[in-house]
Design a protein around this ligand. Structure first.
Ligand code: ADP
Length: 303
């Protein structure tokens, strides 16, 4: 059985449906990115899974869920805007969080030391007040607090979106390391972050999952490319010949460059180069322009 099964999850706020009929399952050991623009429903889904919001309808089921449906032991959750007791030191904060998660004082101290090393805040940093921490340090501390009780599933809401490049890199590296110990579900609106650490993506738009799968599978399915071919002159003549190739969908002419759109880019490239070589065309440029991940997302959403 999967670690987590979500069936037809719907969440309405008064008359606004934020999440509509969302279903997915989550195998143990995976890192899944929930990706979508602001307002897509990511926070609502994550808060519902974390037990902080009640679904309007649908079911959420965890593997081995006890009869009392207490899921807190399975889940660690870091909200998008975590609040810290900033007068505490990082070390004090983690010991306190461990006790709140029902660890004994000794267990909590021991786990705190383990985690401070893992998040790179051992030594002096652990004894500094949180008010002096950078955004990246706070986020890593927040992750440590979320996993103090060794949950099976770590839920992170936009863990890197607000960080500077260094903080972002450190948090992504930490997530990469944690993938070996637990399953991770995190939200982001930045595709490159999702691409970097996740095994699979759930693409969310207007509260619905519009596509899912590995980044490679999605690239295969949606990523398009365009071949740019440049000539010194006689553009119309070459455009006509390229357009006659059965693989070519459309051509746009821009100054002395032809922009060739085709579904099978590698075959089209081969065909154009064959004709160009046979007929000794005066090529000035030949370039393949791949669509960005953002373009790919727009294609999924507009499909
Ligand atoms: P995301 O995390 O993808 O930005 P949210 O889950 O925060 O999306 O929001 C989804 C939709 O639900 C948005 O249209 C948002 O305005 C609306 N929404 C979120 N929280 C509330 C609330 N407490 N009351 C009413 N509408 C809300």
């Amino acid at each position: 059985m999967s670690l987590l099964n979500v069936q037809n999850l719907t969440k309405k706020y008064k008359n606004k449906t934020a999440v509509h009929n969302v279903s997915f399952s989550f195998q143990s050991g995976k890192c899944i990115a929930l990706i979508g623009p602001n307002g897509a429903g990511k926070t609502t889904i994550l808060r519902t899974l974390a037990g902080l919001l009640k679904p309007s309808s649908g079911t959420i089921q965890f593997e081995d869920e006890g009869a009392n449906h207490d899921i807190r032991q399975y889940i660690g959750y870091l909200p998008q805007f975590p609040v810290f007791h900033s007068w505490m030191t990082g070390r004090e904060f983690l010991i306190h969080s461990g006790e709140l998660a029902h660890l004994s004082k000794e267990e909590s101290k021991q786990r705190t030391e383990e985690l401070l090393i893992k998040i790179g805040l051992s030594d002096e940093a652990g004894n500094e007040r949180i008010s002096r921490y950078s955004g990246g340090m706070k986020q890593r501390l927040g992750i440590a607090q979320a996993i103090i009780h060794k949950p099976k599933l770590l839920i992170l809401d936009e863990p890197v979106s607000s960080l500077d490049p260094i903080g972002r890199r450190q948090v992504l590296l930490l997530m990469e390391e944690l993938k070996n110990e637990m399953s991770i579900l995190f939200s982001t609106h930045i595709l490159t972050d999702a691409d970097e650490v996740s095994d699979e993506l759930l693409l969310l738009h207007n509260g619905e999952i519009v596509e899912s799968g590995s980044m490679d599978a999605l690239r295969q399915k949606y990523q398009t490319a365009q071949i740019e071919v440049g000539f010194e002159n006689d553009l119309e003549k070459y455009a006509e010949k390229i357009n006659a190739l059965p693989e070519v969908d459309t051509i746009q002419v821009e100054r002395n460059i032809l922009h060739v759109n085709a579904t099978d880019i590698s075959l089209t490239r081969q065909k154009i180069l064959e004709v160009a070589s046979d007929e000794n065309w005066p090529l000035t440029t030949f370039h393949i322009n791949r669509a960005s991940l953002e373009d790919m997302f727009m294609r999924v959403v507009n499909n």
